[in-house]
Design a protein around this ligand. Sequence first.
Ligand code: CTP
Ligand code: MG
Length: 231
Amino acid sequence: MVTAIFPAAGRGSRMKAARNKILLELAGESILVQTLKRFARIDRISKMIIAVSKEEIPIIQNLLESKNFSKPIQIVEGGSERQFSIYNAIKKLSPESEIVLIHDAARPLVSTETIERVIDSAIEFGGSIAAVPEKNTIKIATSERFVDKTLPRNLLWEIQTPQAFRREIIEKAYESAISDKFLGTDDSSLVERIGYPVKIVESESSNIKITTPDDLLFAKEFIRRRDDGII
Ligand code: CTP
Ligand code: MG
């Protein structure tokens, strides 16, 4: 079975709104509910675990109860960093969870096809992440802000979520990162550092992480066109 974990315990400080960005409205629902709806329709996903900050547990519990999702949803308390929020959810995994899929609550535009392909690829290779080919030229700078080197763009991928792994691998990766005090910027980086392969699945550039007010504008228009069948 597949368990999906959603880190939702951030503050959304770059959104500059009065509340956590995942509770802001997007096309008639909160961003969080829009995200969960994308996964609730996938049969292979049997359970969803959401990491939520302590003070938002009651409001999110109420919100989700009113939505009557067809799959069991467990709420766990988040931590001070995304990685700690996810670790709290990983600690709650049941032994029947063969595949663990992790997806930012702030990425509501993910396609069904990307979710399915990331799961398939994790079953095949042990680890799998959604990504798009890099569009920009990326350079490494020195601390004095001179260019050190230019990276070969044809090898660069911009990494998104979902990211999915066999349970034993992601558990081992998190245990190891926590005991070594390693803080990664995504889940895959924890798996990479203990030497397991991670396969890249090409996703869509529309699978953005809603971070700033502009992103919300894009997401509104994207959902409008998608639901009208324009795209
Ligand atoms: N997240 C989390 N626990 C944290 C920090 C972030 O569960 N301690 C979640 C966010 O809720 C979000 C996802 O991780 O769904 C990606 O993080 P990001 O986009 O950085 O969200 P925020 O941290 O909320 O935003 P900001 O960095 O602008 O404050
Ligand atoms: Mg953040």
